[in-house]
Design a protein around this ligand. Structure first.
Ligand SMILES: [Zn+2]
Ligand SMILES: [Zn+2]
Length: 461
């Protein structure tokens, strides 16, 4: 039986998920994600796919995050005409996120081309455009959870809830060539059990081989109650200082977690005195997707049949005019805006208006990559540059670390332990420093046949 997998991305690193699966004569791409990081790394996104595009029979996506889905438009641009399977809500989120990624590509290419023009060099093309991304959505076939679907001769796909973001899936692939069946289970990005909105990750039953993400393989999250106390403390001190609160947040997942937590703790955190703004067109669209697919999680986030969060004093500011209206508010505004790492987006305008004011607060709720403005703010720089001007950092900066969308080491180990048959497990989607402690624990505690997936390594399943 031919049933094997080659690691072409997210091996000993986090981004660029892409695995090539061969099942008999069928060729399947498991994930088609964008490489994110430094310039040299991102240039690899334009490399040829590991096999000719017309030899690929199907693509399977675990969830909508760009590091898992972001090369789908490129694949379609290069002639792929087959199906891309994803959970239905993932399709809806891709419809928001992939065109945004195309738009960013166009901006990046414009910027690069201005530089090249000055040096007399020929211009570059964007990886794909907004329009090309929009067109690629038609290839995505949305499936419900727990619905076995034949995607190639003998090969059956089933999605289970991974509890990471809306629509996120554990991918179960069973192959039966008539001589017996083998099962591959890929964790996708596995959710954190304490995460406020999403369900706990599902348990897949049996598997012969497991691919396990390992983003936080080296750490355990602090108790969630402590995170709630920290948030309460931020609102209390901000009330006393009478400024604004800025929250740079990722538009999918973290934003909805915050809205839900503010709704649930509205009285306790005395939020009635604040106006709450979601100042992000993509965040508003993503929140609408959370409303449309509210049957996929079990908390109450929206008013009965509306798409507005069940949160008093809430304003979704879609247009530029509405967004600029917030500039006039000097006190009592909670502003959630992108981008999550302050690398662009409307948060820049709010930082410009507030970061130099000691009565204001900046609340960092997500991971800040090295080299981003968000990271510099977390690291405590005394001034920042915005729109060509320098501003002193006088606002109080709070870092809330406990709102992760990823399982920690305990969560990863427990999830693997819940699968029958102690299958071979390959660690993917993690930096080596995070993978090693997880590998050691899986081996010592569970006697698991555990391995770190190596780039371009092929394993028989
Ligand atoms: Zn993810
Ligand atoms: Zn990921």
């Amino acid at each position: 039986m031919t049933f094997e997998l080659t690691f072409h991305g997210a091996a000993e690193q986090v981004t660029g998920s892409l695995y090539l699966l061969r099942a008999g004569d069928a060729t399947v791409l498991l994930e088609c994600g964008l490489i994110q990081g430094g310039r040299a790394e991102e240039e690899r996104n334009a490399d040829p796919f590991p096999v000719p595009v017309d030899s690929i029979d199907a693509v399977v996506l675990s969830h909508a995050h760009i590091d898992h889905s972001g090369r789908v438009p490129l694949l379609v641009k290069r002639g792929y005409e087959g199906p891309v399977y994803a959970q239905r809500a993932t399709r809806a989120l891709c419809d928001i996120m992939l065109p945004d990624s195309g738009y960013l590509n166009e901006k990046q290419a414009e910027h690069e081309n201005r530089r090249r023009a000055r040096q007399g060099k020929p211009g570059v093309e964007p990886l794909y455009t907004r329009l090309e991304a929009e067109e690629s959505i038609a290839r995505i076939e949305g499936l419900a959870y727990d619905t076995p679907t034949g995607i190639a001769p003998g090969l059956t796909l089933r999605f289970l809830d991974a509890g990471h973001i809306l629509g996120s899936a554990i991918v179960c692939l069973d192959y039966d060539d008539g001589s017996g069946s083998r099962g591959l289970v890929f964790s996708g990005d596995l959710g954190y059990r304490e995460s406020p909105v999403m369900n706990d990750p599902a348990v897949p039953g049996r598997a012969d081989t497991v691919l396990l993400e390992s983003t936080y393989g080296d750490r355990c999250h602090r108790p969630f109650a402590a995170t709630l106390e920290e948030l309460k403390g931020v609102f209390e001190s901000a009330s006393a200082s009478k400024g604004n609160i800025l929250i740079p947040a990722f538009t999918v997942g973290r934003t909805q977690d915050l809205l839900y937590l503010m709704a649930r703790h509205f009285d306790e955190w005395e939020l009635g005195r604040w106006q709450i703004f979601l100042d992000s067109p993509m965040g508003i669209e993503a929140t609408e997707a959370y409303a449309r697919f509210r049957h996929l999680y079990d908390v109450h986030l929206f008013e009965s049949d509306s798409r507005a969060p069940d949160l008093p004093n809430f304003h979704a500011t879609l247009t530029t005019e509405e967004s600029m209206g917030i500039n006039a508010i000097h006190s009592g505004a909670i502003i959630i805006a992108g981008s999550g790492m302050c690398s662009g987006g409307r948060i820049h305008h709010h930082l410009k208006n507030n970061i130099w004011r000691p009565e204001c607060h900046v609340v960092i709720v997500g991971y800040q990559a090295r080299g981003t403005l968000g990271r510099r703010i977390v690291d405590g720089v005394s001034e920042v540059r915005l729109f060509g001007e320098t501003y002193d950092v006088r606002a109080e900066v709070h870092t809330i670390g406990g709102l992760s969308a990823h399982a920690d080491q305990d969560g990863l180990v427990d999830w693997y332990a819940s699968i029958d048959g102690r299958p071979d497990v390959y660690l993917v989607h993690g930096e080596p420093d995070a993978q090693q402690p997880l590998l050691t624990r899986l081996k010592s505690e569970l006697a698991a046949p555990a391995h770190i997936a190596r780039h371009l390594e092929t394993v028989r399943l």
